[in-house]
Structure formats: C-alpha cells, structure tokens
Design a protein around this ligand. Structure first.
Ligand code: GUN
Ligand code: ZN
Length: 437
C-alpha cells in the first residue's frame, strides 16, 4: 500500500531537554519554529524543519495542512488518571478516605460489566483527545474486563497508552476485592494479552498500601522482577489520614515508602502518585531508584491533600511527572493541570514557568515514564502524536494573546486561561483524532 503521508505547516514548539526553572529556558532546550513543518510518514515523524527549508524536498503531490496562527506541540501526556472515575468527578466535600468509600468504590463496582466499561472508555478517550492528551498512565478497576475494554478501544484508535487492573485484596467492598492469588493470575493473563501489543503497555496497579496485603504486594513485586519492561503505578503519601492508617497496618516499616520498598515495587518504571507528605531522605530513596512522583495539583486542591513540594523533589534529583488524577482531579486538561500546578507553586513560593510546564506535559512526562524514545518531542523517528493549540480560541483569549510580547507570555496565558477550546486539533499516530467542533 502507498505510505500515509502528510505535511503539517505552521508554528511549532518542542523541547529537546529540561529548560530549568529560570525565566529563560536553558540553552538548547527549546526548539521553536515560527513557520515550521512536520513531515509525517506512516504514523511517524519523518522530518522537522523550517517550512522553507523542507519545501524543495517534498513530493509535488503531498498534502500540506496549514496551521498558521496556531501552535503545534507534541501530544500531552497524563502520568496518572483513573478512567473508571470519569463519572464521579466533582463529588462534593470529602478528603481521601471518605471520598474513596462514599463515591469511588461504589462507582468502580459498575465496571464488572463490559458494556459499561466500553461506554465509559469511549467517553474518556473522547475527552482526553478533546484536551490534547494522547498518552496516559491509567488505572482501570479491579475487573479484568475493565482493562480489556480499555485497551481494545485504545488499539482501535491507535493511541499509545499504559494501563492496568487495580489490585486490592482487603479493605474494599467484596465486589472489588481480589482473591490474593486470583488477582495476580488475572494480571498475568492481561500482561500476556496486552503488554507490548502495538502501542500498549501494562502497568502493574496495586491501588495503595492499605488495600493490599503484604502477600499481594510481594507477588506484584515478583511480577516486576520477572519482567522489568512492565510499568508500575500506585499512590503514596497523599493524605495524613492515609499515613496514619499505613503506619498502623505496616508497623514493621519505618515509613510509608518502605512498605513498597520491601516488596520490590520501587524502580525506574514506577510512578507514585502524590508524594506530598515525604521527607527529603525519602525523596532521595525514590530518586536513587529512578522512580517518579506524579504531581496531581487539581486533585490535591480538590481533596484538600496538601501542597506538593516540587522544588524539594527536584533538589533530591527526583523526577516529577504531571497528572490530572481524575476523578480526584477536577479537570482532564493538561493546561488546567499546569494552572493548578502554578497556583500550588505560588502558595509555596515556587511558581511554575510556562517553559517548565509545557516541558513537563510533553518530554518531561515522556522521560519520567520511559517513553521518550517514542513520544514527547518532534524529531525524526518519533511517533506522530501532536496537539494544535489555538491562541485565539475565544474572544478573550484572542485579546489576551494579541498583547503577548513573547512566546513565553503567550504560553503562560494559554496555561492559565486555556481549556478544551484551546485545542484546535489532536493527532495520534499521524492521523487526526479530534477536531474542535
Ligand atoms: N488512593 C487510593 N486510591 C485512590 C484513588 O482512587 N484516588 C486518589 N486520588 N488517591 C487514592
Ligand atoms: Zn489516583
């Protein structure tokens, strides 16, 4: 068959390295082309260049899509989100443990039914693409069918996604509770069916320490030891009530992190959501193993969990990723996550620059998730996932961005004022998957 070829022309922005926390990005970290071009062939980026430099090399019959006035970026990445919680977003007035019991667990019971899991998956993926997120690391429910439904739909849409079946064998309603070994066998079956199939990867998903026995955590660690190409996602030190409970349940561990360390769950492909209530020594232990903390600012504000200390993590050399944590989070949009991260940062005296924010949503998250050889920046051989932002998406945005004197100012205005309307188009694997209505 003929190769599938497109050229996308217009302003583009991509990061080649961490820009740092300064007002101006570190030298060589930012690639910004005012009139750039992405040459896409069969789902991958074949070339990135100024349009004028590329034009003489293009086949004469090639289709050129014009995005002048817009801004192309690599597709956004969400390092921690629960698709099974889409329909309980914005449930009023609880902190973590009550919120789990009152809203989350009852909702997740519905995912025993395949038709329900399929319907919510479709709504979730539509919403993700509407806000420009092309890759996420996703909690399903405890039901294997919730994972089958999710991965089936991602494969049909050509999306790069990580996901896993929630493991919990205690302190949960019976309809969600694993038999310890049964949950591990289900996980092994799902790994066999989905891990490394096309653009999909399996993430081992023990929910958090209180809902797993030591036996379940140990068995999960054994899976990770047997196959280090697997990912792992869980929660860590989100809420003070949770901390007290963990101390009570695992008296032999000197702190929360050690509960996971003892079972071999802390590695270079492990993502720990939240990590608010940690000391510097614990951050150092996470950094030494190459793990990352998922900063979930809209969730932390919504559930009243606390203010994440971003710069302490960076000082410890610990990788940070950015995440919505829907349904604890109030917004799927990466732009909204950056806005909340900026606000949390302001309350800590650690404001987030737009450079650091957009780096985080793209290459930063790709690196934290060990996906940076495939996604996260515009370069030859990378997969063609991208978002087309419209700085003049609304009359208000048009007024504001017209006054921006620099790219940094325009990016910052989009991260504070942007939402799904800011996303004109989303592409995955070289094909359009969302166009704003
Ligand atoms: N800790 C354990 N489970 C959850 C969950 O579903 N959401 C959040 N935010 N924290 C958790
Ligand atoms: Zn979560």
């Amino acid at each position: 068959p003929r190769p599938h070829v497109r050229v996308l022309r217009g302003p583009l922005l991509s990061f080649d390295a961490d820009p740092g926390d300064g007002d101006t990005p570190a030298p060589g970290s930012v690639r910004h082309l005012e009139d750039g071009a992405l040459w896409l062939v069969d789902g991958q980026i074949h070339a990135v260049a100024d349009y004028a430099a590329l034009a003489p090399h293009l086949p004469s019959d090639i289709e050129v899509v014009d995005y002048s006035g817009k801004l192309m970026l690599p597709g956004f990445i969400d390092s921690h989100v629960h698709y099974s919680q889409l329909d309980i977003m914005a449930s009023y007035g609880r902190q973590l443990l009550d919120w789990l019991n009152d809203y989350t667990f009852p909702e997740e019971c519905r995912f025993a039914e395949r038709a329900h899991a399929e319907a919510v998956t479709d709504a979730f993926l539509d919403e993700m693409l509407r806000v420009g997120t092309t890759t996420a690391q996703v909690f399903c429910s405890s039901h294997p069918v919730s994972v089958d439904a999710f991965f089936t739909a991602c494969r049909r849409r050509g999306l790069r996604m990580l996901a896993g079946k929630v493991l919990m064998d205690r302190h949960a309603p019976e309809a969600l509770r694993d038999d310890t070994l049964g949950g591990i066998r289900d996980t092994e079956r799902l790994i066999g069916d989905w891990h490394g199939r096309g653009r999909l990867g399996y993430s081992l998903t023990p929910r958090f320490a209180p809902t797993s026995t030591r036996a379940q955590l140990d068995a999960t660690g054994a899976l990770l030891r047997n196959d280090p190409s697997l990912w792992l996602q869980t929660h860590l030190a989100e809420n003070t009530g949770e901390l007290d409970w963990v101390a009570e349940l695992f008296p032999e561990s000197r702190d929360y992190l050690e509960v996971y360390e003892r079972s071999g769950l802390v590695g270079p492909r492990s993502t720990f959501a939240h990590g608010i209530h940690l000391d510097q020594e614990m951050r150092g232990r996470l950094a030494a193993r190459g793990a990352n903390l998922a900063f979930c600012p809209s969730s932390n504000l919504f559930l009243g969990s606390g203010l994440f200390d971003r710069l302490a993590a960076r000082e410890a050399g610990l990788a940070i990723s950015y995440a919505s944590d829907v349904g604890g989070g109030t917004d799927l949009s990466g732009l909204a996550t950056l806005k909340a991260a900026y606000q949390v940062g302001q309350l800590r005296g650690q404001p987030l620059t737009a450079w650091q924010g957009f780096y985080g949503l793209t290459l930063g998250n790709a690196r934290a998730l060990s996906l940076d050889e495939r996604i996260g920046r515009f370069a030859p051989g990378m997969e063609a996932d991208l978002v087309v932002l419209d700085p003049a998406a609304t009359p208000l945005m048009a007024r504001r961005t017209a006054r921006s004197r620099s790219l940094a100012e325009m990016l910052f205005a989009m991260m504070m004022l942007g939402d799904d309307r800011t996303v004109a188009e989303t592409w995955a694997a070289g094909r359009p998957v969302h166009r704003r209505g």
